[in-house]
Design a protein around this ligand. Structure first.
Ligand code: FES
Length: 108
C-alpha cells in the first residue's frame, strides 16, 4: 500500500438537537463526506488521498470542519458545494482554499 500524499479528516460528530455547542453532524457533514469520497474516485485519487471520519476536533461553532494533512489546513463552515474546490484546488493543485480556512487568530 503506497503512503498517501494527503489525508482528509471530516468531523461527523453529532450532538443532540439543541445542544449549545452544535455539531458538524447537524451541518451536513455526512453529505460532505460522501461528496469527498465520490470526488476522490472521480479524480482518480484513490490511494493518493485517504479519507477518514473524525469525532469532534474542537471548533464546533465553525462546522462543518474538514482538515487536510500533511498541510495542517483546517477548513470551516464547509458545505457540500465547497468540496469540488477543495479537491481541485488543494488536493490536485496544492493550493489551499484560503476563503474557507479557519482564521489564524482563532488559534490564539
Ligand atoms: S462537532 Fe465538529 S468540530 Fe466539534
Amino acid at each position: 500500500m503506497p503512503k498517501p500524499a494527503y489525508h482528509i479528516f471530516v468531523c461527523t460528530n453529532e450532538r443532540p438537537p439543541g445542544h449549545p455547542k452544535g455539531s458538524c453532524g447537524h451541518k451536513g457533514a455526512r453529505s460532505i463526506l460522501e461528496k469527498i469520497d465520490m470526488g476522490i474516485e472521480q479524480r482518480g485519487l484513490f490511494g493518493k488521498v485517504f479519507l477518514t471520519t473524525a469525532s469532534c476536533m474542537g471548533p464546533c461553532s465553525m462546522g462543518s470542519v474538514v482538515v487536510v494533512y500533511p498541510d495542517g489546513v483546517w477548513y470551516r463552515e464547509v458545505k457540500p458545494e465547497d468540496v469540488d474546490e477543495i479537491l481541485d484546488q488543494h488536493i490536485v493543485q496544492g493550493k489551499r482554499v484560503e476563503r474557507l480556512e479557519i482564521p489564524e487568530a482563532m488559534w490564539g
